[in-house]
Design a binder for this molecule. Structure first.
Ligand code: SAM
Ligand code: SF4
Ligand code: SF4
Length: 338
């Protein structure tokens, strides 16, 4: 069944991001700062997290409602045991056209071959600096640049499409824009710069800390001239460019200074099974309760359709002031995975 449901702004539902854990082995300051996500922080107990059976069932229901693409995220998704088995199961759902994974890359070298065998075709690896000191300062003193780079190379070696995501924060890693561009241009991996966002409630975001898409593009252009490319599809999150002297692509995800809510076809499920219709949502719909109380697939599909039909989120289009527009109650990025 190809059921096209639309939200209040006529946007269909096409992409589903599934968070498989709220835990992470990094403590990136813009996402899970150590002061808040410290030793006393209560992560979800395992019985509160969706099982693989429940994730698969929800994915099937979402596909029946129009979803074509799945992205697995976290927390750090590679901390979830047997993740490759889940990928394999999701890949067998009729109607799924694409499965991707977002990871911090620290465990990727170890898992890349299994993930590829399970059918994972694409991976986005987050890396904010090649400089060890700044890498550690940004991620709360965890991991090593070398491990992430080895994960990237291994993923490419086993045949996965690899993209590298760099969150750019003024005064923290803006000096790394060109070194990162140069490094990944030479190695033929697509690098995507992400504007620092006011997700969650913990990162103390200020507009002043954002390096804009325009500033990033100016720097790249000086390093090596670029030209715009057409989007791969409507609603693509990154704006694409190509270096004029090579075919290598780069991208910018400009949620702050050039938002793209009008084409946002994404829904997110947190690790505990809540459905969020926006990255900046304050509240989710408890799908785990529906799954565990014996509701039929049809009843759950109706609930999801009802949520989607009422969706009018356009947070980034509305965010124009110097401060975040919702101050306290947003869902944390580590719960829904970006
Ligand atoms: N742990 C995995 C990782 O880091 O790739 C997956 C989850 S992480 C929440 C998903 C993406 O969100 C990462 O690329 C991360 O850099 C990005 N992210 C987290 N907090 C952000 C923020 N405040 N602004 C922009 N991007 C952010
Ligand atoms: Fe962990 Fe990813 Fe958040 Fe960093 S961005 S703390 S790696 S979930
Ligand atoms: Fe989509 Fe919300 Fe981001 Fe806008 S702010 S693009 S509606 S997730």
């Amino acid at each position: 069944m190809d059921h096209v449901m639309r939200d209040k702004l006529h946007r269909p539902l096409r992409d589903l991001r599934i968070s498989v854990t709220d835990r992470c082995n990094f403590r990136c300051r813009y996402c899970m700062p150590e002061e808040i996500f410290g030793p006393d922080y209560s992560f979800l107990p395992s019985d509160k997290i969706l099982s693989f059976d429940e994730i698969e069932r929800l994915a099937e229901i979402f596909v029946s409602l129009g979803v074509k693409k799945l992205r697995i995220t976290g927390g750090e998704p590679l901390l979830r045991r047997d993740l490759a088995k889940l990928i394999e199961r999701l890949g067998q759902i009729d109607g799924v056209e694409d499965i991707a994974l977002t990871t911090n890359g620290s465990l990727l070298k170890r898992h890349a071959a299994d993930l590829a065998t399970a059918g994972l075709s694409r991976v986005s690896v987050s890396l904010d600096s090649l400089n060890e000191e700044r890498f550690l300062a940004m991620n709360g003193n965890r991991g090593k640049v070398k491990n992430v780079l080895e994960g990237i190379e291994k993923a490419a070696e086993v045949g996965m499409g690899v993209k590298v995501n760099m969150v750019v924060q003024k005064g923290k890693n803006d000096q790394d824009i060109i070194p990162m561009a140069r490094f990944f241009k030479e190695r033929n991996h697509t690098l995507r710069f992400i504007e620092y966002m006011d997700v969650g409630n913990s990162n103390g975001w200020r507009l002043d800390d954002v390096i804009s898409k325009k500033e990033i593009l100016d720097q790249i252009h000086q390093f090596s001239p670029i030209e715009p490319m057409k989007p791969n599809y409507r609603g693509e999150v990154a704006t694409r460019y190509r270096y004029i002297d090579s075919d290598q692509e780069i991208g910018i995800i400009s949620s702050v200074t050039d938002s793209f809510c009008s084409t946002c076809t994404r829904a997110r499920i947190s690790a505990e099974g809540k459905l969020y219709t926006c990255l900046f949502a304050t509240d989710g719909t408890d799908l785990r309760e529906l799954l565990r109380s014996g509701k039929s697939n049809e009843a759950i599909a109706n609930s999801i359709e009802n949520v989607w039909n009422h969706r009018d989120d356009r947070y980034s289009d509305e965010r124009t002031s110097m401060t975040p527009i919702r101050t306290n109650a947003k869902v944390e990025m580590s719960h829904i995975g970006g």
